[in-house]
Design a protein around this ligand. Sequence first.
Ligand SMILES: [Ca+2]
Ligand SMILES: [Ca+2]
Ligand SMILES: [Ca+2]
Ligand SMILES: [Ca+2]
Ligand SMILES: [Zn+2]
Length: 562
Amino acid sequence: MDGKVYALNASNGALIWSYNVGYRIAWSSPAVAYGKVYIGSNDRKVYALDAFDGDLVWSYTTGYWVDSSPAVAYGKVYIGSRDNKIYCLDASTGAFVWSYATGAVMWSSPAVADGKVYVGAGYGNGKIYSLDAFTGAVVWSYATDGIIYSSPGIADGKVYVGSRDNKIYAFGPPPMPTLTITTTTGGTTTPAPSRHSYVNGTIVSVTAVPSVHCSFDHWELDGANAGSVNPISVTMDKDHALHAIFLTPWQDWAHYHNYTEIVNTLLYLNTTYLSIVDVFSIGKSWQNKDIYCIKLTNESNMHPKPKLLFVGYHHARELISAELPLYFAVEAATNFGTNKTITHMLNYSEIYIIPALNVDAFDAVKQNEWQRKNVHPFDEDGDGLMDEDPPDDEDGDGYIEDLFYWDGYTYYFIRWEGIDDDGDGLYNEDWVGGVDLNRNYGYQWDAQCQSGSLYPWDEDYRGPAPFSEPETQAIRDLALSHNFKYAISFHSGAECVVYPWGYTTEDPPDKEKFEEIASEIAQLTSIWYSQSGDWYTTSGVWDDWMYGNRSTFAVTCEIYTN
Ligand SMILES: [Ca+2]
Ligand SMILES: [Ca+2]
Ligand SMILES: [Ca+2]
Ligand SMILES: [Ca+2]
Ligand SMILES: [Zn+2]
């Protein structure tokens, strides 16, 4: 109020210089920039003083008291005056650049950012202004309910100011609503699944892009079904969550998968998980269908790794035996890198999975759910016709019943449901196929066992020669070119683990090791285990050949209700 500007030593308060403007300096606080001190005075002037010696550099006279404090930016000084104007002056010369008349007392001190000057207006209109810092043009203004003495503050792209209407205001760009896009397994979207921001009101078009052998099913927008129109338009009036639901080739685990679904699943995994999956055919079936194998391993780990083999579906009616290895293949491929156990397995072993060996049988078992063998055509009754009289679902209830007589004590089988297709007086005497693939392997193929028949009409017919069937040949050739350390074949109808030998009750040389493997699996799954031949003896079985010929620790897992 003594009309002086003081420069004091910041550390000890000693006077360095003072400059007397000759009239009171009431509310204005100095701004220091470019080696100068800028300040306003009630003598109507804006001053620029040399910061080092306090000499006057320039002054500029406004229309009334200057109680606003200057803001300095872009080589300019911005300051309000109680003459109802805000001024922009050249910081080095004091030359007038522009002024803007608000029609209200300019007590508020301006703030400058991003090429704009923000300042509040006092008696007269109570507006907050955003002015172009270079031209003084109004970018926007907003009228508060009171007058503004407060000086705006700027942070994070927002302007804050207080008003004598007792409110604090925040101004900023309009909200940018976000669109969070997610998908199920089986596809992606354009734009990609992620969180995107849009200008309020934008209409966004999102396209669902299914992966190979997958299909797009429907959208969920904010948790509600939004139909299957593709692409979908989303109006960004607020935050939205968009979820694309795809159908994978396996679709779900609540049904038995057919050959096409299994193949498409494997081919999808092959295309999608390039660095851990390799799918290839190990040979053709009787009906010339490919028997596929999926190899799962972290291919970037080149160190030697033990090889494991899983085989499913030797027997047509044991559909569950294809489900387990298929399920494992999908889980392993889709959870590598996230599931610790699976990641470890694929890092340190090579897992070969043949989900379905008896690939022709998927169709045959639809006609007759009791089908066991492969479809290799056989004239089981020796009448010169092949496969001419299988059982039939005569009453169309979807099942083929066994017709039997029960005398209260004993079950007497009469025959399977069905008609005498060839009119020879015999019912269902020549089924589709075939050879029991799990009696056709070339180790002790002709052993005298409880199971492993020489006769084509039997369910466990061993075939005309060891490895007479293309399906068993395919496994043989794969096993001959890989040293599998461990192998499991899945069957159904019982719940147990059995290990070689199957053809005899004599102990295998590695009895102890087999006991260890089988008991561990049995404990994990609460099932029983034994040497296969102790259950009943079988000739030409898969695990006897895998062990006897290839020295693989091969076991058979029978999976059933649990
Ligand atoms: Ca026949
Ligand atoms: Ca037949
Ligand atoms: Ca007949
Ligand atoms: Ca029939
Ligand atoms: Zn079986």
